[in-house]
Design a protein around this ligand. Sequence first.
Ligand code: GLU
Length: 439
Amino acid sequence: MSQTSKSDAITAAPTGLALPSYLQADKLGPWGIYLQQVDRVVPYLGSLARWADTLRRPKRALIVDVPIQMDNGSIAHFEGYRVQHNTSRGPGKGGVRFHQDVTLSEVMALSAWMSIKNAAVNVPYGGAKGGIRVDPKTLSRGELERMTRRYTSEIGIIIGPTKDIPAPDVNTNEQIMAWMMDTYSMNEGATATGVVTGKPVDLGGSLGRRDATGRGVFTVGVEAANHIGLDTRTARIAVQGFGNVGGVAARLFAESGARIVSVQDHGGTIYREAGLDVPALLAHVAVVGSVAGFVGAEVIANDAFWDVDCDILIPAALEQQITEANAPRIKAKMIIEGANGPTTPAADDILHDRNILVLPDVIANAGGVTVSYFEWVQDFSSFFWSEDEINARLVRIMKEAFAGVWQVAQENTVSLRTATFIVACKRILHARELRGLYP
Ligand code: GLU
């Protein structure tokens, strides 16, 4: 077979049809949503479309058994995952989540969204994600540490500072990153700070990392609002999720003058038309663990959250929150996706028809991984930057990425999500093409 016909064979490969069942979008979980997002972008990829199947399957997926001894002497087994979706542009990069609903296909989708996100802001990483199917609230601190360490050791065969760099995500934090760094380093026989990001500052972490995702949400939100004539300083904002993303974004918007009128989390939904006292709410959540019981706000039904009269809605919790069922009720003019995958494709279409601007996760929440990149660079050079320097670089990268995506959206008359996918997929597949197939 000639070189040309080999290439043609790749071009002619049926897209989608040959995928094994677990890779298909028949049940529209997060992976199915991601596959639909890829389908929407393929017509805009030009000659790079011949490589599009690269995006439709993860490069590498590892399932690990995580056995630990519980405090009562029994042995418990947890299922853990690490998926490297793509490494064409650099090492795998993405968080680790501990949640009772984590599945392999969810982690696959989250890893793929990391590939898109990292390419969208042009940091030199591929995409990866990990998780353990566990409710960490049911574990003691000792059990949590043993589970984290055993998981790290099990995925140690595929992670590393130049291979794949985990970070915090849902229910994981600086302490868990410290245990991961220590476990990997013990196995290697040398301290390897660059194996994870989101570490404590005293262990090679970066100033500004804790607030970075929320700061990115705020930065991109203000940029986008300016484009549609919405003044964020007088806006009314509803936030779902009040952790590291929603809480920080709410604080920054409130500091700039906005009114946070409603917050929903796992403890319930609160509302105050005049605006919630965000510092007081942050202090309450730090003690109680949720918004439940916060004085100075009205409690409303969880479902009523979607009817709240607001200008901006920030979903900053889990996937598939904005659906066909509630998208027609949303009153906001703009949605900023702090969470990964909060909007289903059907809801995306409804919001588009209703002229509600959606700032997609793959650009809106990219601030976290951007400062993770700064942390990794600082670890490699053992030279640390000031917080002002980090925030200034973060804002510059986010603004530039947003401006590029906005322009592509205008040129092609597509949503910001499709525009972000166009920018990112072109970068990934161009790298793929330059590297070529091995052997
Ligand atoms: N978990 C975060 C995300 O979804 C950050 C990942 C990272 O810093 O590597 O973007």
